[in-house]
Design a protein. Structure first.
Length: 514
């Protein structure tokens, strides 16, 4: 690991600690780290973010900073248009090919005692332009797993992989939310070609994931003369979908597309990205005179009015990186200029509860970078009411990484859960109070799932992928995974190929079961 170059005199030999105490999961590290490939970056147009925030690196230290910040809360004002909005529909044909039964049978023929079955395999059947396409989702809705790519939204049966429905849109998908609403609805941002040289992603399209029907369509209105962003971050909370971008973020009603709020006209600070779910959380940028010390805040926002309920101010120079959980609220912050990093836990009223403290290098496994992509969510971190589970980045050759459990009340590490030698272990989800752990595959070693009981440190194998399927499974090592009702489903995040024929041979979904 190289040390970031810093301006001014050489740094002191002993650690120095800033307002966040001690926090740096990326310091130190062992030789020959076993680190998985980073999740694929989105290749579409990058969103420009007005400000960045981060955690001050303790020079020479190997521990995290304990995130501290101003805990004052205000009722920041926000206004927005309530004008009627147009709606429309988009439909498309169904009837894609059946799942690849031959591959599934071949993988199952090599099963050893105790191996899981390959339930079904799906290969790509969508021709996309250029070198490939991003896969959005997955969303688990009833007995289907839904994904979106290029101009299509597709629902596959979790039982046998058959296509339940496919919706074909009239233009490309730019962005999708991480979570659907409680009743299975999402809104996508779509390309809106203005003329031959300029393409914006200013169209919002609602899709009902239960039925595959397209609902209203709405244009993201320009909130000011400098609202010229081409890309947006999309998040859903309750009945609201937000379109985040630098300085001019806005919210729309998910039921009919009516605009609920827009720019905070009475505030110098403006949201640029949101995290959704049981509450709506905003990353907010405030203008400063010093470009090297941006100022950011974390706000809980009323999803109906867009108004701030409270704010937590980060020290100057820090930036919101990802929201690892909205309830409880756990926020990752970085200071990229110096390589520092920290994770703060906030109470329901926005006051600081704790900050995580540890001596390892940690991997949050986030697929998108908010500075370039605007997505605050989608990280391979598990948080329940009392505990946060983070994977360490790796270990020496032939050794395993660990998943570390942190007490949210104190920020202290309370358990260490070992992975398997030579493979990367990731926390996947909670089930019945137990942690489900994903052991990522290598090219010559299949992956598996394990369960860790409350308070335990030893994983117990839950599902083992057949060795014959290990090589194809390894292509999904940095992709999203689902585990539900005994089914382990891997979803490719990017489909690529050097030719159209190669592109159409790429596996996009794998399903395993006992």
């Amino acid at each position: 690991m190289t040390t970031p170059r810093q301006p001014g005199p050489p740094p002191p030999q002993q650690p120095t600690y800033g307002p966040y105490g001690r926090l740096n999961p990326y310091g130190g590290g062992a030789a020959d780290p076993v680190v998985p490939p980073p999740p694929p970056r989105r290749r579409r147009a990058k969103a420009v973010v007005a400000a960045v925030v981060a955690a001050l690196l303790a020079v020479g230290g190997v521990t995290w900073y304990a995130l501290d910040g101003a805990e004052d809360r205000t009722d920041d004002k926000a206004t927005g248009s309530t004008a009627p909005t147009p709606s429309g529909t988009a439909t498309g044909p169904a009837g894609p090919p059946a799942p690849d039964a031959a591959d599934a049978a071949r993988y199952n023929a090599g099963r050893a005692p105790g191996d899981a079955s390959v339930l079904w395999v799906r290969k790509n059947d969508i021709d996309v332009p250029g070198l490939g396409g991003d896969v959005f989702g997955p969303w688990l809705v009833g007995d289907t797993v839904v994904t979106a790519m290029y101009r299509n939204v597709t629902a596959h049966s979790v039982v046998d992989g058959t296509v339940k429905w496919r919706l074909t849109l009239d233009t490309e998908i730019c962005r999708a939310p991480q979570l659907a609403s409680a009743d299975g609805k999402i809104a996508l941002s779509l390309k809106d070609r203005l003329h031959a040289e300029v393409v914006e992603c200013r169209r919002l399209q609602m899709v009902d994931l239960r039925t595959g029907k397209a609902g209203w369509q709405q244009k993201i209105v320009k909130e000011g003369k400098f609202d010229f962003m081409y890309d947006y971050s999309i998040a859903i909370s309750g009945g609201t979908v937000t379109a985040g971008r630098a300085g001019y973020s806005s919210g729309y009603r998910l039921s009919d597309g009516k605009q609920l709020f827009g720019r905070w006209e009475e505030s110098r600070c403006q949201p640029y990205a949101y995290a959704g779910g049981p509450k709506l959380v905003a990353a907010v940028s405030c203008p400063t005179s010093d470009a090297d010390k941006p100022q950011e805040e974390i706000h809980e926002v009323d999803p109906v009015t867009g108004k701030s309920r409270w704010k937590y101010r980060l020290p100057a120079g820090y930036r919101v990186d990802h929201v690892l959980s909205v309830r409880p609220l756990v926020v990752s912050a970085t200071y990229r200029a110096q390589g520092g990093h920290g994770i703060v836990v906030l109470n329901e009223d926005g006051t600081k509860r704790s900050s995580l403290k540890g001596n390892d290098q940690y991997a949050e496994g986030c697929a998108d970078d908010v500075a370039h992509e605007g997505n605050l969510e989608r990280c391979q971190v598990v948080v329940d009411d009392t505990t946060a589970y983070l994977a360490t980045t790796g270990a020496g050759k032939g050794k395993s990484n660990e998943i570390v459990a942190f007490d949210l009340r104190t920020g202290n590490a309370v358990r260490r859960i070992p992975g398997l030698p030579g493979r990367m272990a990731w926390p996947l989800r909670m089930e019945g109070g137990s942690l489900i752990v994903r052991m990522a595959a290598l090219s010559d070693e299949p992956g598996s799932l394990a369960t860790v009981a409350p308070g335990a440190t030893e994983p117990v194998e839950l599902l083992r992928v057949p060795r014959a399927a290990g090589r194809v499974e390894s292509r999904f090592s940095a992709s999203p995974a689902l585990y539900s009702d005994g089914r382990y489903i891997l979803v490719q995040s990017v489909v690529v190929g050097s030719t159209d024929a190669e592109e159409l041979e790429r596996e996009t979904l794998l399903a395993f079961g006992t």
